[in-house]
Ligand binder design. Structure first.
Ligand SMILES: [Zn+2]
Length: 388
């Protein structure tokens, strides 16, 4: 039996921070207490740092020059290694709008990578790939954001079957516009297959969005961004997602995608159990400022961590998960335990993994991180093994 003791930590649980120690046995959390005396194989003195559950990023396209759409295990490996530096212990490899075949390969490669990740016996170097998030393809032309217009296509049952086959049980989230023809049938089918459905890149009215929610939509993909705007006589998909408790809202808390006031508004309306922090980071995140070419031939400018197409449209983010936690605390005056909950338990719940991940609870996987008051991550454990 492998025993790990972390002592002198400020332990971040769902509602409070307490000083104490944590004992993990064979990869699972076994005890939390003020003092724990135990014979262990390894002991870590946290020296007063915060100990929290590892972050789970359910919306991540890439980092540091690598992208899920590369459809290469090496790219996924590199993304996992970049993610873990920012306190991410689990992530969904997130695909983009692409030609059918290219999308199939990207989903299938990511799915195989996840399956191998689960069964790997070699030493782990990066965050765990917990599944695949398929974003785009079936989205509104009006709210496509940076997705290439010529590649958008109608929802088809055949297309869904192909994707679900490529995912081999690993697709955890699908993001598309709920107002498109065939979407309600698709939502019901995906829910039956255990896939969470997100309203994304959508021009849905309030009523159209409610039809989607009643059919099974439980997530709003980067709320407000690439969504029909909410106005006083057109509450739109935004108000539907903000008001309905069945829906969790993803937010990109980089200070650019959403005004800090909007972050506060979302938090006040949804509370800490219905907001999921995401990175939505792309290949160009973490690269020096400059001009880069995307796979679709269009150029982006990276400046001060903000990524834009030539026409000024935002094209993903450079955000990291520890950055998101830090930002939302500062920009929207949110307490640490709530910010951590939005980066761990809430995303774990969205992908149906809250029984084993997303919290420092006895019995859950010992996926944990240590960080300081600026959320600089100094240690990461997955299944009780120290990776960083
Ligand atoms: Zn995205």
């Amino acid at each position: 039996m492998k025993r790990l003791l972390i002592k002198n930590a400020k332990i971040v649980t769902q509602n409070r921070v307490t000083e104490g120690s944590l004992l993990a046995l064979d990869g699972r959390i076994a005890a939390l207490d003020v003092h724990i005396e135990a014979e262990v194989d390894s002991e870590v003195d946290a020296k007063g740092l915060f100990l929290s559950p590892g972050f789970i990023d359910i919306h991540n396209h890439g980092r540091a020059g690598f992208d899920v759409m590369d459809a290469k295990p090496e790219s996924l490996e590199n993304i996992a290694r970049e993610q873990i530096k920012h306190g991410v212990t689990g992530f969904l490899a997130t695909t983009d709008t692409a030609e059918k075949e290219k999308l199939w390969y990207a989903v299938n490669t990511a799915a195989k990578f996840c399956d191998n990740d689960k069964s790997a016996d070699k030493p782990r170097k990066g965050a765990q790939c917990l599944g695949v998030h398929v974003e785009g393809n079936y989205i509104s032309m009006k709210k496509r954001g940076s997705h290439p217009p010529e590649l958008l296509r109608p929802i088809s049952q055949e297309g869904l079957s192909t994707l679900l086959g490529a995912g081999n049980g690993n697709i955890r989230v699908m993001s598309f516009a709920p107002e498109l023809p065939g979407s309600l049938e698709a939502i019901r089918r995906l829910r039956r297959s255990g896939v969470a459905v997100a309203a994304a890149h959508t021009d849905a009215t309030f009523d159209e969005a409610m039809d989607g929610i009643n059919a099974g939509v439980t997530l709003a993909t980067h709320i407000f961004n690439s969504m029909r705007a909410m106005t006083h006589r057109d509450p739109s998909v935004v108000a539907a997602c903000l008001l309905d408790d069945r829906v969790t809202c993803e937010v990109i808390a980089d200070g650019t995608h959403l005004d800090p006031v909007i972050l506060q508004l979302v938090y006040r309306l949804k509370g800490p159990d219905r907001v999921a922090l995401i990175s939505d980071s792309v290949r160009f995140s973490g690269l020096p400022d400059g001009r880069y070419d995307r796979d679709d031939g269009r150029a982006v400018m990276v400046k001060g961590g903000v990524i834009r197409l030539g026409d000024g449209r935002l094209a993903g983010s450079s955000l990291s998960m520890n950055g998101a936690v830090r930002n939302i605390m500062r920009l929207a005056d949110i307490p640490l335990c709530h910010a951590v909950r939005m980066a761990s338990l809430v995303p774990a719940r969205i992908i149906g993994m809250e029984a084993t991940k997303g919290g420092l609870d006895v019995g859950k996987d010992a996926d944990m991180i240590l960080f300081d008051s600026d959320i600089n991550v100094s240690a990461v454990f997955i299944g009780g093994e120290r990776i960083i």
